[in-house]
Design a protein around this ligand. Structure first.
Ligand code: 5GP
Length: 192
């Protein structure tokens, strides 16, 4: 699927496919250096992180294991609440493992904060986060909701708008786009 297939549903391409791959290659160099000589377990959060996991894992020279978790975050509309339920848990035991959580996007950071608390209780040797995208709210320290989660590797800081593509959906659509884009208003506000 590409921009032409979206017709007038696409408002703008924010980050194109080449930019994504180039940034993932840079992050892979950092991660390879930081985990040299260590066994690394990548933990992907379904479904959004599928694309970034696949491309990041292939850009790494470090041998990795991959495991997956699915969580659902209760919230109103497009806002998450930080109240999270595990839909699918990991197969791997995290005890004494070096764990890198691979995320598509960190918005308020509430989902990730919950996930990090949950995973750190399982006794990993180390626990870090790599996200392709980060919105401004996730960088604001000391907000009323508490400290934002520590994210070691960030692909792109983006404006606080709703984005789709490269794993990210709107109502389960657009995940297969090779780029990150914004939707035309008529898609999510029909008739307005
Ligand atoms: P947080 O708990 O950080 O506010 O929300 C994180 C989750 O909300 C992400 O994993 C993703 O599922 C969803 N999300 C946040 N912002 C966007 C966005 O711009 N586009 C899409 N498709 N999902 C988003």
């Amino acid at each position: 699927m590409d921009a032409n297939d979206m017709g007038d549903d696409l408002a703008a391409v924010l980050i194109d496919a080449d930019q994504i791959q180039a940034r993932l290659a840079e992050l892979a160099i950092e991660i390879d250096a930081d985990y040299a000589g260590k066994d690394l377990l990548l933990v992907g959060v379904l479904k959004g992180a599928v694309m970034v996991m696949a491309d990041l894992a292939r850009a790494l020279h470090t041998a990795v294991e991959m495991d997956w978790m699915a969580v659902s975050s209760y919230g109103s509309g497009t806002r998450s609440s930080g109240v999270v339920r595990i839909i699918k848990d990991l197969d791997a035991d995290l005890t004494d493992r070096h764990v890198l959580v691979v995320e598509d996007i960190v918005d308020s950071g509430l989902t990730l904060s919950w996930l990090l608390r949950n995973l750190s209780s399982r006794g990993p040797a180390s626990l870090e986060v790599c996200t392709l995208l980060r919105k401004p709210e996730a960088q604001q320290a000391g907000s009323s909701k508490g400290e934002p989660p520590r994210v070691r590797y960030v692909g792109f800081d983006i404006p606080p708008e709703f984005v789709v593509g490269y794993g990210l959906d709107y109502a389960e659509k657009y995940r297969s786009l090779p780029f990150v884009g914004s939707l035309a208003r008529h898609v999510y506000r029909p008739g307005k």
